[in-house]
Design a protein around this ligand. Sequence first.
Ligand code: FES
Length: 74
Amino acid sequence: MERIICFCKGVSESEIESAVSQGAKNLKDIQLATSAFTGNTCAELNPKGVCCSEDIIELLKLNNKLERNCCCGK
Ligand code: FES
């Protein structure tokens, strides 16, 4: 069974991984590619009661693709 990462938008782990394999490197890229991390009913829909951002970041880390976008440029 498909693991859902973003419950607000119904985005699965494989959809996130597909976006990563096509070049997504940060949350913004994942948003644009999949619409994950664009909902506002996380507390109601996500069983964890929080936004999916940490799970997306974990997937980026697992794939060694995480690119941080800090305001200081580092
Ligand atoms: S769980 Fe992804 S935006 Fe709410």
